[in-house]
Write a protein that binds this ligand. Sequence first.
Ligand code: TYM
Length: 343
Amino acid sequence: MTAPTFTPRVFSGIQPSGGLHLGNYLGAIKRFVDMQNDGLSGQPIETIYCMVDLHAITVWQDPATLRRNTRELCAGFIASGIDPEKSVLINQSQVPEHAQLAWIFNCVARMGWMQRMTQWKDKAGKNTQNSSLGLFAYPALMAADILIYHATHVPVGEDQKQHLELTRDIAAKFNNDFGVDFFPMTEPVIEGAATRVMSLRDGTKKMSKSDTSDASRINMTDDADTIAKKIRKAKTDPEPLPETLEGLEGRPEARNLVNIYAALSDISAEAAMAQVGGQQFGQFKPMLADLAVAKLSPISAEMARLMEQPDEIDAILSRGAERAREISAPILRDVYEIVGMVR
Ligand code: TYM
């Protein structure tokens, strides 16, 4: 039997748990916009982007805050350049097929696979007995998000790599268990200069919304002054920037700022070094701050404007859900058929 060819399709998601930051923007959202506009190897590609509210509630969320954060994330997507006419924009809970396929995958995935997930270990910490069952099953829902659309490409930051490997394992086990070639082997797309943006206070730690220091990250809602101040105060070492990329070895803070500069300028880290290599931080940081303000403050201003029109956001999301279900409902029907459910 020849393997089926799957129509190229992009899917990715972000948790609406508040605190969208520069890492999410450069590692994910900006790449989503690029894939929407440029396609894949020059070919146009269908793009579906999701606010994963069902994932967010694997840890406690205040209901009113979750609702606000979901709308704010949608505003962030649109303000960054995602066009709801070109891409399908959804919140996960409005497309019930995600959760329905996740149940099937809970029965395909093995406990041992889940126990190996570093994100589970990090998030549950020592308190596994008191973590939600949903937090443990999180990666099976993520696999369902992707595979309910037969998505072939998933742009993400580096921290999601292990979850995407698990998605392939689940797809392969399902195909094998039922003797079908039904789910594609999804390709992670982890590319660009900023697949892992680091904390501005410690270049060995990932930039994250859960860091207790607000100075460690640039929030997408920060105003121009705050952005500039955080970059001016970012930790560095006393040496000027080296002339070449190799010279950044062992200098995580310098490397992180160069990566941010490259990603914001839409150039490679090598090309960035050709521009800024040899500079003192006293010269480089103000330039980086100006660049960050120029790129990010129009986004935060547009987010604030969109947030004044929640009805419009809700209408975009319900239209997105309708379009998404045109793809997901027939795939779920086929899954139930394969698994042997009487319909
Ligand atoms: P989440 O919400 O933690 O992060 C959203 C996206 O931002 C990327 N990211 C970063 N990239 C670079 N540097 C950083 N410091 C940084 N921090 C976060 C993440 O890699 C991610 O791409 N499990 C996912 C959400 C999800 C999903 C999916 C993703 C649910 N279903 C299906 C893809 C496909 C998550 O928690 O991402």
